[in-house]
Design a protein around this ligand. Structure first.
Ligand SMILES: C[S@@+](CC[C@H](N)C(=O)[O-])C[C@H]1O[C@@H](n2cnc3c(N)ncnc32)[C@H](O)[C@@H]1O
Length: 226
């Protein structure tokens, strides 16, 4: 599904750790935690997700490519750990390169590799692109509720807008489909800790843990396919 022409008003904001996020006034929703975007992303997706996998070849699926922050942090991990990443990410409303140019992630996280942050955004959609020796990217432009999912998936970064802002993203069917497409030992992490989401994950078959969230958030969820 192509929605390239939809215009969404997004404001650039600085979060508590100095890193940027985007804010959508019409939704009253941020792309990341205002308590620190980089800090949040590292905590939820890298430490509670990627670092818990014991595989060397890891297929990641992200719901919501957005600013590419999670993808960039994952790429940098793949540079420093003995792992190879196949990174799929679904996004219905890609950012324009003009907006991407304003984000400070490349500079703040690893200025000598900031070109790789832009390479993630410049990569064409709907095809696999090798970004580094250890990181292959496949961005899918479409609706996560409708598009085909990769199979098998080892790790899911579920990074949709909050359930009260975009409830259609959090439904039983998507968790069932993710579970069906995940490898044994697969891990799904999300910042969300809501009971209704936890119950949907359990219903899908996951074993779900509530674990400490990043600063400003008491808990988050991690779901395992055992
Ligand atoms: C919380 S933000 C994602 C943050 C992103 N992971 C990052 O690090 O910037 C949620 C993202 O989901 C995207 N999105 C909204 N509806 C979607 C849909 N139906 N399918 C896929 N992505 C969607 C939004 O455009 C937004 O980029």
């Amino acid at each position: 599904m192509q929605n390239k022409r939809i215009h969404i008003n997004r404001e650039l904001q600085v979060t508590a750790d100095g890193s940027h996020t985007l804010f959508i006034p019409e939704m009253d929703e941020h792309y990341h935690s205002v308590n620190g975007a980089i800090q949040e992303s590292r905590h939820i997706f890298i430490e509670a997700g990627l670092h818990q996998s014991n595989k060397e070849d890891i297929t990641v699926l992200e719901i919501g490519f957005g600013t590419g922050l999670n993808a960039f942090l994952t790429l940098l991990e793949a540079e420093s750990l003995p792992i190879r990443i196949h990174y799929y990410s679904i996004e219905l409303y890609p950012l324009s390169l003009d907006v991407v140019q304003t984000l400070n992630y490349g500079e703040l996280i690893c200025s000598e590799k900031k070109d790789l942050f832009f390479a993630l955004h410049e990569a064409p959609w709907d095809q696999s692109v090798r970004i580094t020796n250890s990181f292959e990217l496949h961005k899918i432009q479409g609706d996560s509720n409708r598009c085909d999912l990769p199979n098998p998936i080892d790790l899911v970064y579920f990074d949709a807008f909050a359930p009260d802002k975009q409830p259609e993203m959090w439904n039983q069917e998507i968790f069932n489909r993710l579970y069906a497409n995940m490898s044994e030992g697969g891990i799904l992490t999300t910042y969300c800790a809501k009971g209704v989401v936890r119950r949907m994950m359990k219903e899908a078959g996951y074993t779900v843990e509530r674990i400490p969230g990043p600063p400003g958030k008491r808990e988050m969820l991690r779901a395992l396919k055992l």
